[in-house]
Design a protein around this ligand. Structure first.
Ligand SMILES: C[S@@+](CC[C@H](N)C(=O)[O-])C[C@H]1O[C@@H](n2cnc3c(N)ncnc32)[C@H](O)[C@@H]1O
Length: 282
């Protein structure tokens, strides 16, 4: 296990890194690890709920009171495990992706990932003004509704139309998965299974941390969370067990990445890569 360093990407295991972190030292954890949903070696775990339970227990020790964990997964990722002694589940955010390529014929196609929003006790913050999204309804229509007596005098009287936008809610269809045309995509091989959009990670970081906060990304892949943290003035601790991804993410973070081709074997175990770095930046 390499020594822990802030604002650096480590080649290390998620649980080992977590265990090396001091008690109550982390403000926010963004955990986008195995889903147990693809044939990739890194995505395979024998029981995803048991795997996530071990993570939740370990994360609860390192989170500060009020600290937040966002745990990514498939719809069943926290089923039948009792996380309540460790963390509070505030919401299950549905990251809706209607345009998934794989279409089922025997059942309904799964069109979403879950992002479980946990906190240690009550969330210490929820920075709504940082993450507002455009209002969908026409302003005039909304104003008319607000003046109906039952609304005006009722429970929702204070939920006024906000010109700056509305709460994004818990179904997010406004952030699209990357495509092979996305400028931020670091390699085609990372499409779908690995790399997440910066906009998605940005919303989580903005909602649940302040500048100078410490964000932990235990499965950092292509380095999306570190890149977002650097841009938004947050500190981060990040690791991944795939040496190719760690090298790639470190180059991306340093702004040296120009073009990447990851050559996978069948299991993506011994991924090699060809990288062109931006000349003049070395
Ligand atoms: C879904 S990807 C993360 C993608 C990342 N959020 C991004 O935007 O690029 C999951 C990552 O977990 C890594 N991984 C799998 N098992 C691990 C472990 N035990 N410890 C650390 N990293 C692991 C894989 O190498 C993979 O990069």
């Amino acid at each position: 296990m390499p020594s822990l360093k802030m604002n650096d990407i480590l080649l290390a295991d998620a649980l080992e890194t977590t265990r090396a972190l001091p008690d109550m030292s982390i403000d926010l954890i963004i955990c986008d690890g195995p889903y147990n949903a693809t044939p990739h070696e890194w995505d395979r775990v024998s029981n995803i709920q048991a795997f996530n339970f071990e993570l939740i227990k370990a994360f609860s020790r390192i989170l500060k009171p009020g600290g937040v964990l966002y745990l990514f997964g498939k719809p069943t990722c926290v089923d039948f495990i009792d996380y309540r002694p460790y963390l509070t589940l505030n919401s299950k955010i549905v990251w809706y992706q209607p345009s998934r390529l794989g279409q089922g014929r025997k059942s309904y196609t799964n069109n979403y990932d879950l992002i479980c929003y946990f906190s240690k006790g009550k969330p210490g913050q929820f920075n709504l003004d940082e993450i507002r999204v455009p209002q969908l309804v026409e302003l005039e229509h909304r104003r008319r509704c607000e003046n109906v007596p039952s609304v005006k005098n009722g429970t929702y009287a204070k939920t006024k139309f906000n010109e700056d936008g509305k709460n994004p809610g818990d179904v997010w269809g406004d952030i699209k998965q990357l495509t092979y045309k996305s400028k931020e995509l670091v390699s085609r091989e990372m499409l779908n299974t690995v790399q997440k959009p910066e906009k998605l990670m940005e919303r989580l970081v903005l909602a649940s941390s302040q500048r100078e906060a410490v964000v932990f990304d235990p499965f950092c892949g292509s380095g999306t969370v570190p890149v977002v943290c650097k841009r938004l003035g947050r500190n981060f601790i990040a690791c991944d067990t795939n040496p190719t991804f760690v090298e790639l993410a470190s180059l991306r973070l340093a702004g040296k990445l120009l073009k990447v081709k990851v050559m996978e074997d069948k299991e993506m175990e011994d991924a090699q890569m060809e990288v062109q770095v931006q000349l003049g930046f070395w």
